[in-house]
Ligand binder design. Structure first.
Ligand code: FMN
Length: 370
């Protein structure tokens, strides 16, 4: 399970590059500003949020720890941050938005059949989701060597290596077993609750999402529509011209095209391409509060966390998740103060050291400055 969450595609270079490229960005400390009070609240897509960050869509979170979806929804409600619910989530989309008290977006994969996709969009509308996020960077499944090595498939295949893994991780295995006795085995619940009881095929093609699919979805979904998994500026410009409300710059945390650019570089390029006022959401490689401030300074309006929250869940369940979110929030607040910002909305390219003649200019900051 750890390898499924932590792993990436190919030789996994992009996974590390995403974070190290953010590390290279330098922020400029500002002084003699009263930053004793700092306000982390933000807004994105007409929604007010308690923090400038939220939780990225991830399938089968219950594999990290039993009851993960409930914990995620609870934190989203408590902190007023968006939880993006995956098509492959391990709790039905209707139940998550209820537990999250409305602080949820729905992520759509255009996979399996047109009927299933259409039904999912209808269900999201009926459950009162205001934001639909179409993920487009999985036209075909990538090769994830760790999953291959471990024989990790979904639905799970049982063999000696799997039994050995369960036996050597008794804490997780027992907790999952006990939870399963009352709630059933973790499974992609949106499939299980569809009218046709469609079954989830992890390696199904998601190639049906072409430009015409996006145009039709734009017509079908009058509320906020976001496209996730965009790195090419030309694609971003075309989406903007089609009336998409926001672009979610991401390389799936290095889990798709391993040879793709570090996501933070794409963020700078896409910000330049779409102009200053178009909403951009960002993820991939974000591991702490400092990274959030750097992404906001590089052009993001909002930042999402993927693996970081799963690590918290896997380490200590709901308490681990809560600790991770506390730590990140505290770091954002501290770094904001040290760069002289009292509100998260004040974070902009002026926070980058490169904007003040600092010689340690990174190529990313140069692009933002252009
Ligand atoms: C275990 C796991 C499952 C994921 N499942 C989905 C998914 O169902 N839909 C989706 O759009 N992205 C999915 N992603 C990608 C995340 O939404 C996000 O783009 C990525 O994790 C960000 O990178 P980071 O993990 O480095 O923060 C998944 C990522 C992980 C780690």
């Amino acid at each position: 399970m750890f390898d499924f969450i932590d792993g990436a595609s190919g030789d996994e270079t992009l996974r590390g590059l995403n974070s190290s490229a953010i590390d290279q960005i330098r922020l400029m400390p500002r002084v003699l500003i009263d930053v004793s009070e700092r306000d982390l609240s933000s807004s994105i897509l007409d929604q007010k949020t308690g923090m400038p960050f939220g939780i990225a869509p991830m399938g089968m979170c219950a594999l990290a720890w039993p009851g993960a979806d409930r914990a995620l929804a609870g934190e989203a409600a408590r902190r007023r941050i968006p939880l993006c619910v995956s098509t492959a989530s391990s709790m039905a989309l209707e139940q998550v938005i209820e537990l999250a008290e409305g602080h949820a977006w729905f992520q759509l994969y255009a996979d399996q059949s047109d009927e299933f996709v259409d039904e999912l969009v209808g269900r999201a509308a009926s459950a009162d989701y205001q934001v639909l996020v179409l993920t487009v960077d999985v036209p075909i499944p990538s090769v994830r060597p760790r999953d291959r090595r471990n024989g990790f498939t979904f639905p799970m295949r049982w063999g000696l290596p799997q039994l050995r893994d369960f036996a050597t991780h008794p804490h997780w295995s027992l907790a999952t077993l006990i939870h399963a006795l009352s709630h059933g085995m973790p499974q992609p619940m949106n499939y299980a609750t569809s009218s046709g009881k469609t079954s989830f095929v992890r390696n199904a093609s998601r190639a049906r999402a072409g430009w015409s699919f996006l145009a039709a979805l734009r017509d079908r979904w009058p509320r906020k529509l976001v496209v996730k998994g965009v790195q090419c500026p030309e694609d971003a410009i075309r989406m903007k011209s089609m009336g998409i409300d926001s672009i979610y710059v991401s390389n799936h945390g290095g889990r798709q095209l391993n040879a793709a650019p570090a996501a933070i570089e794409s963020l700078a390029q896409i910000r330049q391409a779409v102009g200053a006022n178009f909403p951009l959401i960002f993820d991939s490689g974000v591991r702490n509060g400092e990274h959030v401030v750097k992404a906001l300074a590089t052009g993001a309006d909002f930042v999402m966390f993927g693996r970081s929250v799963m690590y918290g869940l896997g380490a200590a369940g709901g308490r681990g998740l809560s600790d991770v979110l506390d730590l990140i929030g505290h770091e954002v607040s501290t770094v904001m103060g040290l760069v002289g910002c009292r509100q998260s909305g004040e974070i902009d390219s002026g926070c980058l050291a490169s904007q003040h003649g600092n010689p340690a200019i990174h190529v990313i900051s140069e692009r933002v400055a252009e």
